[in-house]
Design a protein around this ligand. Structure first.
Ligand code: SF4
Ligand code: SF4
Length: 146
């Protein structure tokens, strides 16, 4: 029987709903807010909680993987130009590692919480969002393809 774990996470109110497994990633951010993928573990320095590299794009109304946008920022070179060799190199590696483009592989379900709790933690890079709890089965997704 699959193990079911519930985790409370914070999502931007404008984030799109999670698509069905196998559908194209729409940047809902659920998997990266639930826990970091292997690349996210490296840049976040932890195996639990929201990935440090997750970015919210208010313009696109979706989450983006910072390791595909400007990875040098998360590797200690925030001033590197977006087209710098380091960014290009790491972006290529990260794209392969997170299997960008293969569709949503997150076995997660989002359930809206009844009321927000001011004491609950949220992603440090995002403004106050809505609260959502996730029932997570086995496995996590890797995604947020810009
Ligand atoms: S896909 Fe990107 S943002 Fe998501 S957990 Fe992995 S490294 Fe972090
Ligand atoms: S891979 Fe992650 S960010 Fe992309 S749609 Fe699935 S749960 Fe959302």
């Amino acid at each position: 029987m699959a193990r079911v774990v519930s985790t409370v996470i914070w999502l931007q109110p404008d984030a799109p709903p999670k698509p069905a497994p196998g559908a194209p990633c729409n940047g809902c951010g659920l998997c990266c807010l639930a826990e970091p993928c292997p690349v996210g573990v490296i840049v976040s320095g932890r195996r639990t909680g929201a990935c440090r590299a997750l970015q919210w794009s208010a313009e696109a109304r979706q989450y983006r993987c910072g390791m595909l946008v400007h990875p040098a920022r998360y590797l200690g070179w925030p001033r590197a130009r977006p087209d710098a060799w380091l960014n290009r190199l790491v972006r290529r590696w990260a794209r392969r590692m997170i299997a960008a483009g293969v569709g949503c592989d997150a076995d997660l379900e989002a359930i809206a919480a009844l009321a927000p709790s001011p004491a609950a933690p949220h992603d440090r890079d995002t403004p106050p969002p809505s609260m959502t709890s996730t029932g997570t089965g086995t496995g996590t997704g890797t995604g947020t393809e810009p």
